[in-house]
Design a protein around this ligand. Sequence first.
Ligand code: PMP
Length: 416
Amino acid sequence: LVPALPTLPVPARPDPLGVLGVPGEINLDHAASAPCARAAADAVAELLPWYASVHRGAGALSRRCTLAYERARQAVGDFLGARPTDHVIFTRNTTDAVNLLARALPAGTTVVTFGGEHHANLLPWPRGSVRLPVPDSPAGAVRSLDAALGELARDARPGLPVLVAVTGASNVTGECWPAAELARVAHRYGARILVDAAQLAPHAPVDVTASDLDYVALSGHKLYAPFGAGVLVGRADWLDAAPPYLPGGGATAHVGAATHDVRWTTGPARHEGGTPNLLGAVALAAVGAALDAADRAALHAEEQALLARLRTGLAALPDVVELRAFGPDAPRVGIVSFVVAGRDSAEVAAHLARRRIGVRDGLFCAHPLTRRLLTEAAARSGRTDLPPTALRASIGLGTTAGEVDALLTALATLPG
Ligand code: PMP
């Protein structure tokens, strides 16, 4: 058994979203896709009998679906603290939302990111983007951005638009990035900021207005809603001036007989060509409302207690080394990546799967960051037998102390 199981008090978790699950299956992979909330399932079930086209039909069913879709847009905007002038554009997921913004950048825009980003916030950006090294603290991120934007404004590309694209919380380490401070720095230089909130939003409120963010992207499937719906929220001007992301039905104001006789509409519809994902939008809105109604401070405290239990338990295992970019006490959401020295991560994950515990192994769609953290972990621990890929355990609503303990026990009893 686990040598020294931590004895932190963990209260029974009230789970106001009533997330669904399969008895006996321990899902510690919330960061990949979180389980579905009862509120989302109920919202979908309620709408299913009314299933009809959105924005295209005159019948009662269609009108109700159109209304439900536009209400969902309003609700998701409210959940994210959108300004009245912002656009709330439904997308497939975060990757889709970031790609949409990448296509809407004014000519000459320089995008500034950090090397710690998920591929979804690294790969869509144009050539000439600036990728800053992963800092060793949140304050280091602020300093490094300040220096980079200062240089761009003075010497490199004065007067041209700049977008800072940064994660709210890392999908590898769970570490939180100082979004509001980075926004202040960006704005001081006249730059804009996109926060990839895919991992932050499931764990903490995201408020575009309060944090003065220009754009936020997230995925429903990480936020207790089903797959296939994400959102890009943010300033309207670049979006209204950009070519439509999905040219087609719904994105147009006028189409004439001549090939190029087309006038695109403005507003969210400009980028939402084709029949939209009504059920996904409605589910996402329902989860937002349920989270808004919940005591998020209490949920946060409970999650942090579970996270501490997990990290303390991992630290007590002699061969386990945690991955982190910042100091051990930096704020983070319920995500921990680690390696078991001398063990292949895929084999450890398979062993856990046999114990009905689901985690993720690999480089987590953040190859530059994870490789770098593996190198640092080797240096920090002095171990020369760390594997080339890592394991990730991630928790959320519905996770119990018993599930965390089951993981620790299974890791403590890896077969020969
Ligand atoms: N950003 C972050 C921080 C993520 O964790 C993920 C998903 N792992 C994404 C973006 C991409 O999300 P999706 O696959 O839903 O597009």
